[in-house]
Design a protein around this ligand. Structure first.
Ligand code: SF4
Length: 295
């Protein structure tokens, strides 16, 4: 059977950059504390932890003194910078430049909407680190909307500036925008709807959707490799599944099952922006092993 690893899958530029910074620091220091998981992928986390990377949380950060600390690509709220400064920690900030720019835009928008009695709405997962970092730019004043219909926290009579977490689906973001416009229309019948929309979904994510659908169409079976915590993995896997019903999600090579490939002549291995290439290659090797015709 023909097994192909998708050339377009794997780390996005922001995650790649953060991992390179961590690996460089680990050549010079025995250990490095990273605030949160550097990437939402357990296998890659294990590889880096073997080199000395320690995932830490905000509470532990408060107890560290004079240590090497890394902020990952997702970005952090101002409070995290305050703690590293107060505790004299040596900080390497690997916040993705795209996320940093988004933080600046949200901060500026918050300063401007406050004077107009307006609201900042962000489409995203409230527990996602990027959203926590963005919320910090508004002193936790932004309204986080988890799904396109969950608009109950928004006052439709007041102005809104709408943003998105960088890893969300463009289709869902547009659907949320339509629903919100509809809701606000009733309150602004004789005037322009005061809704300003910033599509802040990362190009590295939106470009992957059509590419992964094409890949899913061109293989009999798809094995998608991703971490169960990765929001990008969930979105991309759903696209694979909708395009090719014979799509399977795995986190590790030993989760692959032989029956998935019955009567198939091709299998494609792809993954999220948090999936390392070496792991996709291991999964591909496992598929070849399982489907090999023994003499
Ligand atoms: S998905 Fe885009 S914004 Fe998010 S870390 Fe990767 S490159 Fe940066």
């Amino acid at each position: 059977m023909n097994v192909t690893v998708d050339k377009e899958s794997g780390f996005c530029f922001g995650v790649q950059r953060a991992i390179e910074k961590a690996e460089k620091l680990l050549e010079e220091h025995e250990k490095l504390h990273c605030l949160g998981d550097i990437v939402h992928n357990q296998a890659e986390m294990q590889r880096l932890s073997d080199k000395g990377l320690i995932s830490t949380d905000k509470e532990n950060l408060k107890n560290l003194r004079s240590q090497q600390v890394l902020f990952r690509a997702h970005g952090e709220p101002p409070e995290s910078y305050r703690i590293t400064g107060e505790n004299k920690l040596t900080l390497t900030d690997a916040t993705c430049p795209i996320v940093r720019k988004l933080q600046e835009r949200v901060r500026k928008a918050w300063a401007s909407v406050k004077s107009q009695n307006g609201q900042i709405v962000i489409y995203g997962n409230p527990d996602h680190p990027e959203i926590i970092g963005l919320q910090g730019q508004t002193g936790n004043g932004a309204i986080i909307v988890k799904n396109p219909t969950g608009l109950s926290g928004i006052d439709p009579g007041r102005p809104v500036e709408l943003f998105s977490q960088t890893t969300k689906s463009t289709v869902e973001f547009r659907s949320l925008e339509r629903n919100l416009r509809e809701l606000m229309k009733e309150h602004h019948q004789n005037s322009e709807i005061p809704l300003k929309v910033h599509n802040t979904i990362c190009g590295q994510i939106s470009r992957r959707t059509p590419l992964i659908k094409k890949f899913a169409r061109s293989n009999d079976v798809i094995v998608f490799v991703g971490g169960t915590q990765s929001s990008n993995a969930k979105v991309l896997f759903l696209h694979c599944k909708a395009t090719n019903p014979r799509s399977w999600f795995v986190s590790m090579p030993d989760e692959v099952e032989k029956e998935w490939f019955r009567d198939a002549s091709s299998a494609g291995v792809c993954g999220a922006t948090s999936t390392p290439l070496w792991l996709m290659e291991k999964v591909a090797a496992r598929i070849r092993e399982l489907t090999e015709i023994k003499p």
